[in-house]
Write a protein that binds this ligand. Structure first.
Ligand code: BDR
Ligand code: CA
Length: 314
């Protein structure tokens, strides 16, 4: 069993990823930490509580950051046209959900869980990296005690989705993302290079929900707004299942092609939030911001149909 902390901003594709982690027999979901992003921290936390209650998920939820690491930055929420005003496709989630929250801040929950399970924890982070950066700042030793950090974020050899340079999770808090990529732990990043190739069509979604499984019916209901966004905004039939790509990697790593090399995040200027990897090809880029940084892994290839198969089975 893989011990996992899920750091998330639910979020429609986050909800799909959460259900996958909850249901997969090889995954032990130890906790869910929330972060602002697809909606405010109040709404993403409320959405996590709602999904836990609906789906009977008993992993603790710890509420996390509602602002960027650098307080002088303007907070970057996703526009509501992507995930809806409420972050869950405007399905009418009640304002308050009677479901407990862990008393700790998300970053403290992350630190405590890693320290209680040295070398065993996989963090799957699919929102802004703020909670992870806060945890590293408070307790830098956790980097050496963490098995791996699997993230959805970045646009490496392709354009971003917020600006031509930057993907939403990184653009929403570039300073935090740079701290995460340059810490001495193993990061594996699933950016738009692979997630925009991994689309679930509206027929696929309907097929999933057809069997009468109540959790899948809810997932299908809350996905309709997001599917409409892709249809109207990009003329695509289906939705990119960004966050699920990072989760599927845990159980089917061979479906992805990875490239190694240090990663830095541009912080400021017109390329704010751009992710740049210096491939490990022998050239060190001496005296540059990449020199001496840990080599991380970035997904540059994917077998989308097989990823969808893994999700269908779980
Ligand atoms: C990322 O941003 C959010 O809209 C999604 O949940 C995903 O994590 C994609 O850029
Ligand atoms: Ca997300």
């Amino acid at each position: 069993m893989q011990k996992v902390i899920f750091d998330t901003d639910p979020g429609v594709d986050d909800a799909m990823a959460l259900l996958f982690l909850h249901r997969h027999p090889d995954i032990d979901l130890l906790g869910v930490t929330t972060v602002f992003g697809n909606a405010s921290i109040e709404l993403t936390t409320r959405n996590a509580q709602f999904l836990h209650k609906e789906w009977g998920i008993d992993a603790p939820i710890a509420k996390g950051a509602g602002k960027t690491l650098d307080p002088s930055r303007v907070e970057q929420h996703s526009p509501t046209i992507v995930h809806g005003e409420d972050g869950l496709g405007n399905i009418g989630v009640p304002l308050e959900i009677d479901w407990p929250l862990d008393p700790r801040e998300a970053s403290q929950f992350i630190i405590d869980t890693i320290r209680a399970n040295p070398g065993e924890i996989t963090i799957v982070a699919v929102g802004r990296m703020t909670n992870l950066a806060l945890a590293l700042q408070a307790d830098p030793e956790i980097a050496g005690l963490t098995k791996q950090v699997v993230i959805m974020g970045g646009a490496f050899d392709v354009n971003g989705n917020v600006t031509p340079a930057a993907e939403a999770n990184i653009h929403g808090d570039p300073d935090a993302a740079d701290i995460v990529f340059t810490a001495p732990w193993n990061v594996i990043a699933f950016g738009l290079d692979v997630t925009m190739k991994t689309m679930m069509s509206s027929d696929d979604m309907a097929e999933l929900a057809k069997g009468g499984d109540k959790a899948l019916t809810l997932l299908s209901d809350l996905s309709q707004f997001y599917i409409d966004f892709y249809r109207q905004g990009a003329g695509l039939d289906g939705m990119a299942i960004h966050d699920s790509c990072a989760c599927v990697y845990l159980v089917a790593p061979d479906l992805f092609k990875l490239r190694s090399g240090p990663v830095r995040v541009v912080c400021g200027g017109i390329a704010d939030g751009e992710t740049i990897q210096a491939p490990d090809t022998g050239r060190r880029f001496v005296d540059s911001p990449w020199d001496g940084q840990p080599s991380q892994k970035v997904a540059v290839g994917v077998q989308p149909e097989k990823v969808l198969d893994v999700i269908r089975v779980a």
